[in-house]
Design a protein around this ligand. Structure first.
Ligand SMILES: [Zn+2]
Length: 153
């Protein structure tokens, strides 16, 4: 038997590509499915998905998803407010997205997301500081003709 690593379909040995999936990915052997940690169709999917991190907005969620995909970690992104109730009735005004990964990948995934988060924050800080400095410069320029005292910190 041959298997599609994307959708998990089972095919006769004579079949080469998955006919169900877009771009028709090549089929793999049962051994390769196992090596990749993918369940065969007759096996129960025993992977348990646990939270690796959260994102406050869809852009961040997408960045995190890209990072995990790059490291080939399976991912489920669950919008925190997926449901039939809206923010007015739930009172939950802070949207966040939950990123779920197999428990076997959780430690690795959480570390990757943390690294990404720290980097992202560094960029944001830099941008914020640059804006502040610019503002300070403007302030000084405006005060320069009359104010000779050193600028207050
Ligand atoms: Zn397929």
């Amino acid at each position: 038997m041959r298997y599609c690593a994307r959708c998990g379909s089972e095919y006769q040995d004579s079949v080469v590509d998955c006919t169900d999936c877009p771009n028709h990915p090549p089929l793999v052997s049962a051994e390769e499915m196992r090596e990749r940690g993918l369940p065969l169709p007759h096996e129960l999917d025993q992977r348990r998905f646990v939270r690796a991190g959260i994102a406050d907005d869809p852009v961040t969620a997408q960045i995190f998803a890209d990072v995990l995909e790059e490291h080939r970690i399976p991912l489920i992104v669950r919008p925190g407010r997926s449901g039939v109730v809206d923010e007015l009735t739930t009172g939950n005004l802070l949207p966040w997205w939950e990123l779920l990964v197999p428990d076997t990948d959780q430690v690795r995934a959480a570390r990757l997301l943390e690294e990404e988060k720290i980097q992202g924050r560094a960029y944001a800080d830099e941008a914020g500081r640059a804006a502040e400095e610019e503002e300070l410069e403007d302030e000084r320029a405006r005060q320069a003709p009359v104010d000779t005292a050193p600028p207050a910190l």
